[in-house]
Design a protein around this ligand. Structure first.
Ligand SMILES: [Zn+2]
Length: 460
């Protein structure tokens, strides 16, 4: 049934009586769910979030949108926090259950979050996008005010219990979330500095720190840990920040990301309060401890494919010829680049060696693959067929037997469906900006059936 547009915020004259009694007239009207804004959201909920209660969620949002603008559903309401407050106040005034109220708030919040995170709003209307994000934080204030009212009701009557155990903790949670049916409990300790650890523990047991969760509201915080509230709250926030920093770092296991890459990842997350900045993540970054296991991750294979390794530059040296230098710091065990060339068999490599001059022997890298077979990377043939027009870094890195700062590691990865060995070069120690890179080619004077005996550079 098409909705008649109300005049001056009042509904049309035919008000269904049950509606007026239950919610108040204006609060029970809603926009059609076929309107694009709502229809898109429903598709998102059904497909991307697999929400079972999408119909109820959409209904809540449709009613809210109608209240905010009866003419057309739009996101413009994020500019109007006062009317938002009035909406929830009116819901409370008509005697809605607190839980129902909280559900409304949750639905509106989820809808704004969806608009911020899952739509192209940041591109199509950056101004509105920013306001929408700020709006979400203001909604948090409304949440805490609402729950404050809930907790005021139950915290008033207290019973004494001797010990804090998981049952107590569970009951306090139930009490604070309004699920409590039995008489509420009072926490057993006097709030002194001695109990700080216990307070922190209880606080985090009651309000588990998660990546995306919001901290509990002020009233609840105070009712749980009283004078310790600031310490516990600050601790909760710092634990969440550490969790988030660890989460960001785990996304970049092999190479230190740039601040831009980090920011892009953070912006995609649902972290609307207690934010972390890209600058705080960079100094905390270190490569994954199980580096071997992540050497086939998407980001590193993308670099292997493109050969666009950042942080390196080729310079000419009077004595050594070409050298590869760093243009940024590298952490110990960080993957600096790979040794790129054409993968051939050991026998083919040896054949090539016969017709290779001393100065070019460094362009053939012999190694054993994961199955123990002898293999070779031919970096002599230039350009490689896969990167015509690109001088790859690995082959230009000089040999050093004693003062090397890189170590080759072999990893068999799947590229375009084919197994392929990649020789990664990882830092054996922290490497500073503007240092020359080198690794031990593994050849000695006796290598290559004695042919290498005359090579001066093998002793460096
Ligand atoms: Zn290539």
């Amino acid at each position: 049934m098409p909705q008649a547009a109300p005049i001056n915020g009042f509904g049309p004259p035919h008000k269904p009586p049950e509606c007026r009694v239950q919610h108040g007239w204006q609060l029970c009207k809603q926009h059609s769910k076929d309107q694009k804004l709502l229809a898109d959201y429903i598709v998102y909920m059904k497909r991307d979030k697999e929400k079972n209660n999408w119909s109820q969620e959409a209904g809540n949002v449709a009613k809210f949108l109608f209240y905010m603008d009866p003419t057309t559903p739009s996101l413009e309401f994020v500019r109007d926090i006062e009317t938002t407050r009035r909406f929830f106040r009116e819901l409370a005034d008509v005697g809605l259950q607190k839980q129902t109220l909280a559900n409304y708030l949750k639905s509106v919040k989820a809808f704004v979050r969806y608009s911020v995170v899952a739509t192209s709003l940041s591109n199509t209307d950056p101004g509105l996008y920013t306001i929408a994000r700020q709006y979400l934080e203001k909604l948090d204030d409304i949440t805490s005010t609402l729950i404050k009212q809930v907790s005021k009701k139950v915290v008033g009557k207290r019973l004494n219990v001797p010990l804090v155990n998981s049952r107590t903790a569970r009951r306090v949670t139930e009490m604070l979330t309004g699920k409590e049916k039995r008489p509420p409990v009072c926490l057993p300790w006097e709030s002194t500095g001695d109990n700080l650890d216990q307070a922190n523990k209880l606080f985090q047991d009651l309000f588990p720190v998660t990546l995306s969760g919001a901290p509990p509201g002020k009233k609840i915080r105070e009712s749980v840990v009283r004078e310790n509230v600031k310490v516990c709250y600050d601790k909760w926030r710092s634990v969440q920040q550490e969790l988030r920093i660890r989460d960001v770092i785990a996304q970049f296991p092999c190479r230190r990301p740039s601040e831009r890459q980090i920011q892009r990842y953070i912006d995609r997350q649902d972290w609307l309060t207690n934010k972390i900045t890209a600058e705080t993540v960079v100094p905390a970054w270190k490569p994954a401890e199980q580096l071997m296991e992540v050497l086939d991750s998407t980001a590193i294979l993308k670099l292997v494919r493109s050969q666009k390794w950042k942080g390196l530059i080729v310079k000419d040296d009077e004595v050594k010829g070409k050298t590869v230098m760093t243009t940024r710091d590298f952490a110990k065990d960080e993957v600096v680049c790979d040794y790129h060339g054409i993968p051939i068999s050991k026998a083919e490599g040896k054949k090539l060696l016969v017709c290779t001059g001393q100065d070019e022997m460094g362009y053939l890298l012999f190694y054993k693959n994961s199955r123990g077979q002898g293999c070779c990377i031919d970096a002599k043939t230039l350009p490689c067929p896969c990167h015509p027009g690109r001088a790859t870094f690995g082959r230009l890195i000089n040999h050093s037997r004693k003062k090397y700062n890189l170590k080759p590691i072999v990893k068999t990865v799947s590229i375009d469906g084919n197994d392929q060995d990649v020789i990664y070069l990882k830092a054996t120690r922290p490497i500073l900006c503007d240092e020359e890179l080198s690794f031990d080619y593994g050849v000695r004077r006796k290598s290559f059936q004695g042919k290498a005996a005359g090579l001066e550079w093998l002793d460096d």
